[in-house]
Design a binder for this molecule. Structure first.
Ligand code: ATP
Ligand code: MG
Length: 254
């Protein structure tokens, strides 16, 4: 089981890269994959064509109800049962989808985050998946809350802007502060002008992160967004797909 978390500043392309890597793993038949949409906006599910799948948030409501209705059952038994059902309901063509969803109260994600952590524990303990891909919210929140504390590979998506590159260091600092167990730090440049790539590479390497290369600006994304299509509809020879193949090769060979 390999856990990959996708991080970075807002709008840099975390969701896009998660979807591209997942597409690659599925097309290569690389083994069981679980995609976690850990962003309340549920963009990954849209890009994969898996929207409408029940969410952890829904599961939390059911959990609360069952705890009240069946006091004889332990919390963990109820949780386990509901979680297995959730994974079954999240089954897609070639992978499973888990959507975190929104917190119950305005602004409160604590309970859902606690569940997400429990999901991690359970999924890591089991051997059901070979890859777990987690599309995180922008910034450092998931690392700070340690909901993604056991990431093997943190893939940070960035452009060449100062504010995006500063996020690289913040991610490293916050992970150290909270004691997150992150095995490898990788950096992917997305939608970045070729003459600015060297700066991204230099910044990544100065922090001890491995630079994996770049995904170029690809006009095919505008088409699939306009037509409401998914990442699986991208032509195989499209620039982003070709670049994602090379990045996947590196992630798998590490
Ligand atoms: N390589 C690319 N070529 C063309 N468009 C891209 C590329 N990468 C991302 N985009 C577009 O940029 C926008 C932002 O990308 P994406 O949603 O993946 O970023 P994000 O980091 O997940 O954002 P957020 O922080 O809101 O979650 C989207 O409209 C996406 O289609
Ligand atoms: Mg996103």
């Amino acid at each position: 089981m390999k856990i990959l978390g996708f991080f970075g500043k807002g709008g840099t392309g975390k969701t896009t890269l998660t979807a591209l890597i997942l597409r690659e793993l599925v097309k290569r038949n690389e083994g069981e994959v679980l995609a976690i949409d850990a962003d309340a906006n549920e963009c990954l599910a849209c890009l994969l064509g898996a929207e409408g799948t029940p969410t952890l948030s829904d599961m939390l409501q059911k959990y609360k109800r069952q705890r009240e209705e069946s006091p004889e059952l332990t919390g963990i038994d109820i949780f386990q049962n509901l979680f297995e059902t959730l994974l079954m309901e999240g089954e897609q063509d070639g992978y499973d989808m888990l959507i975190m969803g929104r917190g119950e109260g305005a602004g409160c994600f604590c309970a859902v985050n606690d569940l997400l952590q429990a999901v991690f524990e359970k999924t890591v303990e089991g051997e059901a998946y070979k890859y777990l891909l987690m599309d995180c919210e922008a910034g450092v929140e998931h690392i700070a809350r340690k909901t993604s504390g056991r990431i093997h590979d943190a893939v940070i998506v960035t452009d060449a802007s100062k504010v995006s590159l500063d996020t690289l260091k913040r991610i490293k600092d916050v992970a150290a502060e909270v004691g997150a167990e992150i095995g490898n730090y990788y950096v992917v440049a997305n939608k970045t002008r070729p003459d600015m790539l060297e700066k991204v590479k230099e910044t990544a390497e100065s922090l001890g992160f491995k630079y994996l290369g770049t995904i170029p600006e690809d006009p095919n994304f505008t088409d699939i967004a306009y037509e409401g299509k998914t990442v699986f509809d991208l032509p195989d020879d499209s620039p982003a797909v070709q670049a994602a193949k090379k990045i996947t090769d590196q992630l798998l060979s590490a």
